[in-house]
Design a protein around this ligand. Structure first.
Ligand SMILES: *Cc1c(COP(=O)(O)O)cnc(C)c1O
Length: 389
C-alpha cells in the first residue's frame, strides 16, 4: 500500500503574508543588503534580547564566522559532539582546527558536560589518533555544544567549564530557535549563538542563518567577513580582511522576517504535532519517544526522532516504512564515522559508544507544523503494524 496521504518528511510553514513579503522585494531593485535584511536582523535582537544579529546565507556560514571571530585557527582544539549534523564540526575543519569529540547523554543526545569537564582537564587523552603535522599544535580554545533536535544542551554546566578554562562558547542552536533552558533562550547563553533556516527548520528563508552575540567588536568583524572582508569605511573594492560572500539576500530576509513575526504560533503548531505523536507512540512497545530534560522549559521541535529497542533492526524498519510510503531518515549518522573524518583523524567504530548506539537506533519520522492529526494517526498506525509483523 502506498502513502495515500502523501506525507512529506518535512514542510515549510509558509502563509500568504510570507509570499507577499517576497513579492514586495522583487518589485523593487534592491535585492541584497537592504531594509529587509536589517528588519530580519532586528527581529532576532528583539526576540532574544541580544545586542547584535549578523544574518548570513546558511547556518554553516554562521558557525564558520564564529570560529573566525573566536580566533580559532590551524591546530587549535575545540571540544564538541560527534552526535550532530556535520556542519558543527566542519566549521572547525574549514580553519584546520581539530574537533575534540566527547560522548553524549544517552537520553537527550546532547553533549555530556561531565565528559566535557574531563576533556578540558586532560585534553592530551582526548586527541584523535591521527593529527595533521602541517598545522602544528595549537591550544584548546572553545567548546561548541549543539542543541540537538531542538533541546538546549546543559549550558550552565558547559559555561562553568568554559569559565574555568578560559574558553569561548559557540552555541550551535541551528535546530533550536525558540527553545528555552531554565527560562533562557537557546542561542543566547554562549559567546555566540547560531540559528539556521534551511526549509526543514522551524522557520525558513530557503537558505539562511543568523549569528547573535553581545560582543560588538566580534559582531563588526563578522559583518566584515560576511561581506568580502570589507571593514566599516572600506569602499566596494577595499578589503581589510580575508572575507567571504556569506550575505543573505533580501528575498530570503523578507520571508524570514515575516515568519519571525509569528514565531510563537509556528512553534506551538509544532508542539501540537509532537504531542499527538507522543500520545500515540508511547503506547507502542519497542518505540521510545524523545526525552525532555526538566531544565528544558520550552522544547523547540525540529525533527521528531523515535528510538527503537535494541532488539529491533532500525534499518529494516526504515525500509519497511519507506515501502509503505512513509519517508524516514536515520538520525544522526555519527560525525566521527563519516569517511573523511575517519581518513583525517583515524576514528573507528567503538570510539564514542553512546553516539553510535543512538545513531543506530534513531529514526526521524515525518514532522512539520502543518501536519494534521489524521496524518499523525496514519504514520503511527503503519509503525504499529510493521512492528507487529
Ligand atoms: C541545520 C544545521 C546547521 C546549519 O545548516 P545549514 O544547512 O548550513 O543552514 C548547523 N548545525 C546543525 C546542528 C544543524 O542542524
Amino acid at each position: 500500500m502506498t502513502n495515500t496521504m502523501n506525507i512529506p518528511m518535512s514542510s515549510p510553514d509558509l502563509n500568504d503574508d510570507d509570499r507577499q513579503a517576497v513579492i514586495n522585494v522583487i518589485n523593487t531593485p534592491n535585492l541584497s543588503m537592504g531594509k529587509y535584511t536589517l528588519a530580519f536582523e532586528k527581529s532576532f535582537c528583539d526576540y532574544t534580547g541580544i545586542k547584535n544579529t549578523i544574518s548570513v546565507n546558511s547556518g554553516t556560514a554562521g558557525l564558520h564566522l564564529c570560529v573566525r571571530a573566536a580566533g580559532i585557527s590551524a591546530g587549535d582544539l575545540v571540544i564538541t559532539t560527534p552526535f550532530s549534523f556535520v556542519a558543527s564540526s566542519n566549521a572547525l575543519l574549514f580553519e584546520n582546527a581539530v574537533p575534540i569529540f566527547v560522548d553524549i547523554d544517552p537520553r537527550t543526545g546532547n553533549i555530556n558536560p561531565e565528559l566535557v569537564a574531563e576533556a578540558a582537564k586532560n585534553i592530551e587523552k582526548h586527541l584523535p589518533k591521527r593529527m595533521s603535522k602541517v598545522d602544528g599544535r595549537g591550544s584548546l580554545k572553545a567548546i561548541l555544544p549543539v542543541d540537538v533536535f531542538g533541546q538546549p544542551a546543559d549550558m550552565d554546566a558547559i559555561n562553568a567549564i568554559a569559565k574555568e578554562h578560559g574558553l569561548k562558547v559557540i552555541e550551535d542552536s541551528c535546530e533550536a530557535l525558540g527553545a528555552t533552558y531554565k527560562g533562557r533562550q537557546a542561542g543566547t547563553m554562549g559567546d555566540y549563538g547560531v540559528f539556521a533556516f534551511y526549509p526543514n527548520k522551524q522557520i525558513t528563508t530557503g537558505e539562511g542563518g543568523v549569528i547573535i552575540t553581545n560582543d560588538d567588536k566580534d559582531a563588526n568583524f563578522m559583518r566584515a567577513l560576511r561581506n568580502q572582508g570589507r571593514a566599516p569605511g572600506d569602499t566596494w573594492l577595499q578589503h581589510t580582511h580575508l572575507g567571504y560572500n556569506y550575505r543573505i539576500d533580501e528575498m530570503s530576509a523578507a520571508m524570514g522576517a515575516s515568519q519571525m513575526s509569528r514565531l510563537d504560533s509556528i512553534l506551538s503548531k509544532r508542539e501540537q504535532v509532537a504531542a499527538w505523536y507522543e500520545a500515540r507512540l508511547s503506547e507502542i512497545p519497542g518505540v521510545e519517544v524523545p526525552y525532555i530534560e526538566p531544565f528544558t522549559t520550552r522544547m523547540s521541535w525540529f525533527v521528531y526522532v523515535i528510538r527503537f529497542d535494541k532488539k529491533i533492526n532500525r534499518d529494516e524498519m526504515a525500509k519497511k516504512l519507506e515501502a509503505r510510503g512513509i519517508p524516514v531518515r536515520p538520525y544522526f549518522l555519527p560525525i566521527h564515522l563519516q569517511p573523511y573524518m575517519i581518513e583525517k583523524f583515524g576514528y573507528q567504530e567503538g570510539d564514542f559508544p553512546v553516539t553510535e548506539d543512538l545513531g543506530k537506533r534513531g529514526l526521524a519520522i515525518p514532522f512539520s507544523g502543518v501536519m494534521t492529526e489524521a496524518q499523525v494517526d496514519y504514520v503511527c498506525n503503519i509503525i504499529r503494524e510493521e512492528l507487529k509483523k
